[in-house]
Write a protein that binds this ligand. Structure first.
Ligand code: GYE
Length: 328
């Protein structure tokens, strides 16, 4: 071995030691810190406001900020990932202490996450995630707080297996393309169906988490697949749209076609009570208390887990009536 090589090895060993020292000092993660203060100015970047789930989420974030006496900078991206990136940039320019982001899609919001980090502002993902290969919890942003979407899809699938005895011809209405709940609710559900040879998904198309788009897509897919016996919708809004489409096609929802979905909004629970929707997996939108509590804990220096999973319930004919009063 030449002297040059030996020197190189020595130098790289020294830099490894330097990295190890930095990490033991708690700096290697590069996460911006949050000072302990009596009050904060925080931002909440909402993705859209076109359904009861979103309105309940916004109401929770606003009510809890008011309760704590914090100033809230609120933005609504109106369904545009590009606007949401601009919204986060404007929060950065306004010098907020922390940012709570519900990213519309997994990839296009990465620049917003990275911009907050670069500006030294801790960012918390709430409700939806971003692509894990492009940004990391505990490194690029503090944590993800929300539901386990893959588990939600599995639970919808398990209910269907149980209810149909493993026989079904399924139409799937997907959420917004590129969003983490649409990706993972599909994964979880499709995995369960793949294990049941008597079940098949004959069509899977996006309805953008939207009631009217769900109705339109269900209408055309029901025409193309008159043999369908089940509709799985990634949220209650699309399930309710699908119920209208089934009725318009002269069929009976809940009898000719079974429907299963996710969320647990008031209209969803009412559809269960009416016998039209079979079941819905809860996805709780009331993030205010958990989101701000995580920020307070982070400021104090508590260890924050990279994923904080909400505990959700499951609604069917057994408990829909008892649960509707505190729904949204
Ligand atoms: O299910 C849906 C909303 O991101 C988990 O988005 C959320 C989903 C929710 O528009 O209704």
């Amino acid at each position: 071995m030449s002297h040059f090589n030996r020197r190189q090895i020595l130098l790289s060993a020294m830099s490894i030691t330097a990295v190890a020292m930095t990490s033991s000092m708690g700096m290697a993660d590069g996460l911006p810190k949050l000072a302990v203060k009596k009050t904060y100015k925080v931002g909440f970047a909402q993705t859209e406001s076109n359904n009861p789930w979103r309105l309940a989420q916004t109401a929770s974030m606003k009510a809890e900020a008011e309760k704590l006496g914090w100033q809230l900078v609120y933005t609504d991206a109106a369904g545009s990932a590009a606007k949401q990136v601009a919204d986060v940039n404007s929060m950065i320019a306004q010098g907020v202490d922390a940012i709570f982001l519900s990213p519309r899609e997994e990839k296009p919001l990465i620049p917003a996450v990275m911009a907050a980090k670069k500006a030294g502002i801790p960012l918390f993902l709430i409700d939806r995630g971003v692509d894990a290969s492009l940004a990391k919890a505990g490194v690029d942003y503090v944590t993800f707080i929300g539901s386990d979407f893959k588990l939600e899809g599995e639970q919808a699938g398990d209910w269907l297996v149980k209810t149909t005895g493993g026989k079904a011809v399924i139409i799937e209405l997907e959420g917004s393309t590129g969003s983490s709940p649409a990706n993972d609710r599909k994964k979880g559900f499709d995995d369960v169906i793949a294990k049941n040879p008597g079940m098949s998904i004959v069509a899977s198309q996006t309805g953008d988490f939207n009631r009217d788009k769900g109705r339109q897509v269900a209408e055309s897919l029901l025409q193309a697949h008159p043999e369908a016996t089940v509709i799985y919708a990634h949220n209650d809004e699309m399930a309710i749209g699908a119920i209208s489409a089934i009725e318009a096609a002269g069929k009976v929802p809940g009898k000719d076609i079974l429907i299963v979905s996710i969320d647990g909004e008031k209209d969803g629970l009412q559809a269960i009570i009416d016998g039209k929707l079979g079941a819905t997996v809860e996805c709780n939108p009331k993030f205010g208390p958990a989101a701000y509590a995580a920020a307070i804990a982070y400021a104090k220096g508590d260890a924050i887990p990279p994923v904080m999973t909400n505990k959700d319930r499951f609604f069917d004919a057994n408990n829909a009536k008892a649960s509707i009063a505190d729904s949204y």
